[in-house]
Design a protein around this ligand. Structure first.
Ligand code: SR1
Ligand code: MG
Length: 421
């Protein structure tokens, strides 16, 4: 990189081609004539700069961390090393589930930047769900992604010394974990400074913030988040971290990568599907509504079925780690199927708990989602959000009792009929 001391400096559209113009893995894609490059800053997330850089020869994405939270400004500093964790998580995801993430062309630790494949004509999944669009293969791709990354990053599969060393490395992503610990597991449940919520929701917020049993359950889930280093997770697998065409799906943005409970990613994903589901009456008319809502519930069912099927396949064919070794089970003529059932049971329980908590934080904490925010009619938005909040509470409280995905979807149908407001 053309920066003599390699001292961190944010890129701009004016400086980008000069600063990246002599990097071979980039000129391989864009050509050496930097005068022909054009760049545009397109970052609309909460944290980073994102540029699309194009030339007649091709296009790449350049993502660079800023030393603060973009959503809030420089009053909230944030370490640049999140780019390191994003890069390393992408590399591990690419190895564990080939084809699931964009190809990486270049990483510069000092500049906190990653140059990667420009996904086109892919669109952020959240936008597609708001627009009522469908993606074929979505459930299978993401169910497999969650199962493969969960299984292959755990002590069920990895050489345990490597897994322990990697767990130690990822403890360095502490400030991003702190965002999750604060914004997801804590702030929604008291009047934190950064919180905001839709007018009309006060009675429901009051119920949640005064439900001590539920708050204890949330903190029990936080203990799992901080202490159960079961596998390497994406850490922020919402529908804004997924890009699709009508038949291809890619996962992006794993800067919140951390070692935690195996149910975390799939729980957050399902939560964002439920928020898409509950928000639909704010986006489409009666002629399309029921059909599209049922498509989302089918997506949830199929995603979790794919997750369980792939996890089961890996359990039977790739169980090479220290956990539940063949030497203790199959080699002695003993089935490990009950152990698998127990494992899948605890993953589902954690996933449902995380799902409920994420349904709360996106309506009450700092970072809301477009599914609800783009509903201009505040009364309609509040009515739909109330359903989402109350179902989230039931999921947190009943996470150990809801033992299949059909029951989870049935609960969503019930809350979708409620008239809380
Ligand atoms: C301050 S960051 C807020 C949220 O944006 C990210 O995408 C994560 O979801 C985080 O919780
Ligand atoms: Mg992100």
């Amino acid at each position: 990189m053309t920066n003599q001391q390699n001292v961190y400096e944010p890129l701009t559209v004016e400086t980008l081609s000069t600063r990246l113009g002599d990097i071979g893995s980039i000129t391989d894609r864009l050509g050496p004539d930097t005068d022909s490059w054009s760049s545009e800053e397109v970052g609309d997330g909460n944290l980073n700069l994102v540029f699309i850089v194009k030339s007649p020869a091709g296009a790449v994405i350049v993502k660079q961390a800023l030393p603060y939270v973009r959503l809030v400004g420089d009053s909230w500093p944030l370490p640049l090393n999140r780019a390191f964790f994003e890069y390393h998580t992408l590399m591990r995801q690419a190895a564990r589930d080939p084809g699931s993430v964009p190809e990486i062309f270049y990483f510069d630790d000092d500049q906190a930047l990653i140059v990667m494949e420009f996904l086109t004509p892919h669109v952020i999944l959240r936008k597609m769900l708001i627009a009522g669009e469908k993606v074929s293969g979505l459930a299978e791709t993401l169910g497999n992604f969650c199962a493969r990354t969960a299984f292959r990053g755990s002590d069920l599969s990895m050489v345990t010394a490597k897994k322990k060393a990697d767990t130690a490395t990822y403890q360095g992503n502490s400030e991003l974990m702190a965002i999750t610990e604060t914004l997801i597991f804590t702030d929604p449940y008291f009047e934190a400074d950064r919180n905001h919520h839709t007018e009309g929701l006060d009675p429901f917020v009051h119920v949640l913030r005064n439900d001590v049993v539920m708050k204890v359950a949330v903190q029990e889930m936080l203990l799992k988040f901080t202490a159960n280093a079961e596998t390497l997770l994406h850490g922020d697998l919402h529908s804004g971290s997924i890009m699709c065409t009508e038949n291809e799906t890619k996962v992006i943005d794993p800067e919140f990568g951390f070692y935690g409970p195996m149910g975390f990613d799939v729980g957050m994903l399902i939560s964002n599907y439920f928020m898409a589901y509950f928000s639909q009456p704010g986006h489409r008319g009666a002629d399309e509504l029921a059909g599209y809502q049922e498509w989302i519930l089918g997506l949830i069912t199929d995603t979790y079925s794919a997750f369980e099927a792939e996890f089961t396949r890996l359990w039977k064919t790739e169980r090479t780690g220290i956990l539940f070794p063949h030497s203790m089970f199959e080699d002695q003529g003993h089935s490990a199927d009950n152990a698998l059932d127990g494992m899948l049971g605890h993953i589902l329980c954690d996933a449902i708990g995380i799902c409920g908590i994420e349904m709360h934080r996106r309506l009450l904490s700092l970072a809301h989602n477009a599914d609800f925010e783009e509903i201009d009619d505040v009364a309609i938005r509040a009515r739909l959000e109330a359903r989402n909040l109350m179902m989230g509470r039931e999921l947190i409280l009943q996470r150990g009792e809801i033992n299949n995905i059909g029951a989870l979807c049935a609960l969503a149908r019930k809350y979708n009929e409620e008239t809380f407001l």
